[in-house]
Write a protein that binds this ligand. Structure first.
Ligand code: GLN
Ligand code: ZN
Length: 787
């Protein structure tokens, strides 16, 4: 093989940055879960994985990638791509050392132990991958972490592909992003920054690159999305400097393949763009869907620039003509060559529109899932090699589909549009908080430190089976309704017995907090097979928000009203907020998100009015995704917070003063969003705090947040039953820091993933702990409570 530093192997005219890996029918999920439960051994799991990889390569070749030019990415993962890269270079917390193979290498046992936890040893933390709903495993790196090649999966996959006759380009998270996404290992000094270890890590990456080349790879793709983010601990400058150092060193590595650095998920920072252009890497992939064409800079003449013009994150067929024009404009930069690409890996979209036999065919003709996007890239590549005439028909067909979508009934609904146009500032404001508090106190008559839950009760096997039988038509609508009413009756009685103060109906009718609403709103469609990996073996099936949103009929009112009829205590109605509905769906791309959010908000506003009319006095609007959608670039954050907060207020501001509006947020990183949370103007906000041992209450107190607040006192993310003492301590901490009359007592999230035994025991302890703290306060102990 030639040295790529003198002769660069051909780069394809089109490629994708990654492809879904869970399988068209979630085959990998099934195999993984069977392996974890002991039903199949590691060899059987490996066989399934190899078959999936083979099917992927074959499919990509069929769709027009392939040939001798490394256009097929080899981007498989058993669990997570960050964990794959970390373990390849030996990064595994010491607590899992016992799972390494006898020669110290990291096999599947150690890999899964760290991903899922083992006994007392907590798994790696999971967090969202940039601003997507995919979660990666956070590597733990300290000053002492030893970097060493510790598995050869990447090379073996290249060899496997080569043996099958494919030329593939292995895809690996790059060294800068790997370190930038890591957290300090236990025991490291608190200001330790894993990026300090870059120089120690690079020789191991160089070795990895050599191994890939030896296995037959002409090209490697190193993913560096950290270079687009302004939301990481490291500054843009520091990241760009790290990139410059890293790619100078890797560029120099003898015996390496040619390097494509891929920086999807947004606009590459100018500093990083200059650094990469000046580096010896052979190709750079940039996101031209979220980002703009960068400035012409020195160093591009010998490089390929891959223009990410096909959106890797949404499911729209999109404007292929505009994509083509962007590629043409990109040619103006003076790069050695330009290639067509996706803006990110396609791991964020489902496999194939052809698998959706129940979608309206007209809607289906506007969509592009992974396979359709691959075909688009192949089309653009043909255009680049053979000229625009060669793809004129395909461009015209895409434009016709786009025009059809623009004019289709339902995409624009006059009634929805005029209602939005007539909104004024008053529609976004409730009355003064103090007036609301007194009206609500009179109406609800709650004790000090009111107890409640976040909404869902355990989704038992029985509930899931009943839902499946209803879907298959084995249960009639009436039988299913009876089943749900019995379930609600049981859950309400249980809460009454436990002595909770504000009850819920338990959400047994909901498969998912977003999909349930999508199924009941106009403007949404749901898919049969549109699964997208969320983390590990878990996948979600986002709904498609394609048209103007409206509510043909009340959605939750009958369930809440029925539950309220069973108890004298206040029953809390339960809705999902506009931002979360958008965040966890595939959203139309033909108007600003804020406009779509306001349409959803109006539908929710009507639902709230109907709940009020049905006698419901407490209504919770969940917004767990508020933080997740926060743009990676700071300049875009204020505008986001403005529309997201606005849509929540539009949804809730129609509620009367005597209606208590709650919201629930699933995290406790308040940094950038604390002001926004206050601006939601909810009467009560519940947050996650149990896992951070209540530390967040000090931040809340310091921020001057003055409304009702329920810092979670029971961590529902684990089956552990918290003791009375533990809950009492957390509650006392909240009571000491926050205005006493504003404190609520609740678990830190919904209970749907828990079992009944632990739920009942935990809630009983929660009520007892609350009674103890109330008694202490009543007796005047301890002093220093602010009221
Ligand atoms: N009300 C929802 C539930 O209890 C909230 C879930 C969430 O915050 N993700 O399940
Ligand atoms: Zn939650």
């Amino acid at each position: 093989m030639t040295d790529p530093r003198t002769t660069v192997p051909d780069f394809p005219a089109g490629t994708i940055l990654g492809y879904p890996r869970i399988g068209r029918r979630r085959e990998l999920k099934r195999a993984l879960e069977a392996h974890w439960s002991g039903a199949i051994d590691a060899e059987a799991l490996e066989r399934t994985a190899a078959e999936l990889r083979r099917a992927t390569r074959r499919r990509l070749a069929e769709l027009g990638l392939g040939g001798a030019d490394s256009s097929i990415p080899e981007a498989f993962s058993f669990y997570d791509q960050v964990h794959d890269a970390a373990t390849a270079v030996g990064v595994l917390p010491a607590r899992f050392d016992g799972f390494r193979e006898s020669d110290g290498r990291i096999g599947l046992d150690a890999y899964f132990a760290a991903a899922r936890g083992a006994g007392e040893d907590a798994p790696l933390e999971m967090t969202k991958w940039f601003d997507t709903n995919y979660h990666y495993l956070v590597p733990e790196i300290g000053p002492e972490t030893v970097f060493a090649l510790s598995h050869d999966r990447f090379s073996r996959q290249v060899a496997e592909a080569t043996a099958d006759g494919h030329v593939v380009r292995p895809v690996i998270v790059g060294p800068v992003t790997l370190l930038a996404l890591s957290k300090p290992a236990t025991g490291a000094r608190s200001d330790f920054d894993p990026l300090e270890r870059l120089d120690d890590l690079l020789p191991v990456y160089a070795e990895l690159l050599r191994a890939l080349r030896a296995a037959g790879a002409d090209w490697v793709q190193l993913d560096e999305p950290a270079l687009v983010s302004e939301s990481l601990p490291a500054s843009t400058d520091r990241l760009a400097q790290a990139a410059s150092r890293a790619y100078a060193a890797l560029g120099d590595a003898a015996g390496r393949p040619a390097i494509l650095v891929a920086a999807g998920y947004g606009q590459l920072s100018e500093q990083a763009w200059r650094a990469l252009a000046a580096s010896p890497v052979e190709a750079i992939a940039i996101d031209l869907v979220r980002g703009a064409i960068p400035a012409a800079v020195d160093g591009l003449a010998g490089k390929t620039v891959v223009g990410g013009v096909v959106d890797g994150r949404n499911i729209w067929r999109g404007d292929l003509e505009a994509a083509w024009e962007t590629l043409e404009a990109l040619s103006g930069l003076g790069a050695g060559s330009v290639a067509a690409g996706t803006s990110t890996s396609l791991q964020h979209v489902p496999h194939d529109v052809a698998d959706e036999t129940e979608l309206d065919p007209r809607l289906a003709s506007w969509l592009a899932f992974a396979d359709q996007k691959v075909a688009q890239v192949a089309t653009l590549a043909t255009g680049l090699t053979s000229g625009r005439d060669a793809i004129e028909d395909a461009l015209a067909a895409a434009s016709r589909a786009l025009a059809d979508r623009r004019s289709a009934p339902g995409v624009r609904d006059g009634a929805v549009r005029s209602r939005l146009a007539e909104l004024g500032p008053d529609d976004f404001h409730r009355g003064a908080y103090e007036d609301r508090v007194s009206a609500q106190e009179r109406r609800l008559d709650l004790p000090l430190l009111p107890t409640t839950t976040i909404g869902s009760f355990p989704q038992t096997g029985e509930i899931r089976r009943a839902r499946a039988r209803r879907a298959r038509g084995e249960l009639s609508a009436a039988e299913y309704e009876t089943f749900l009413r019995e379930e609600i009756t049981r859950v309400v009685a249980l809460q009454d017995e436990l002595g909770l103060d504000v009850l819920v109906h338990g959400e047994p009718e909901r498969n998912d907090m977003v999909q349930y609403f999508a199924e009941h709103l106009d403007g949404f469609a749901v898919t049969q097979n549109g699964w997208v990996q969320s983390y590990g073996s878990r996948a979600t099936r986002p709904s498609i928000l394609w048209g103007d949103v409206s509510r043909p009929a009340p959605i939750t009112v009958a369930w809440s009203a029925f539950a309220q009829s069973l108890t004298d205590k206040p029953l809390k109605g339960m809705l999902t907020g506009p931002v979360t509905i958008l965040a966890w769906s595939f959203v139309r791309d033909d108007q600003p998100l804020g406009e779509t959010a306001n349409q959803v908000a109006l539908a929710l506003r009507d639902e709230i009015a109907d709940l009020e009319a049905a006698g419901i006095g407490v209504i919770q609007v969940d917004e767990p995704a508020l933080r997740e959608l926060l743009p990676l670039r700071r300049a875009q954050q204020p505008a986001y917070l403005e529309w997201s907060v606005g849509s929540f207020r539009l949804a809730t501001a129609g509620a009367g003063a005597q209606t208590q509006v709650h919201t629930h947020l699933c995290y406790s990183e308040f940094d950038a969003v604390i002001d926004a949370i206050a601006a939601l103007d909810a009467d009560v906000t519940s947050i996650e705090a149990a896992r951070s041992r209540g530390e967040v209450v000090d931040d809340i107190a310091a921020s001057g947040f003055g409304a009702g607040i329920g810092p979670g006192v029971y961590d529902i993310h684990s089956p552990r039953v918290p003791s009375v003492r533990e809950i009492e301590d957390l509650l006392q901490r909240a009571v000491d820091a926050l205005p006493l009359r504003r404190v609520w007592v609740n678990p830190d999230c919904g209970l749907k993933t828990r079992g009944y035994d632990e739920t009942v025991a935990s809630l009983a302890n929660l009520v007892t702990a609350t009674q103890r703290v109330r008694a202490r306060i009543g007796a005047g102990v301890p002093a220093g409570i602010s009221a």
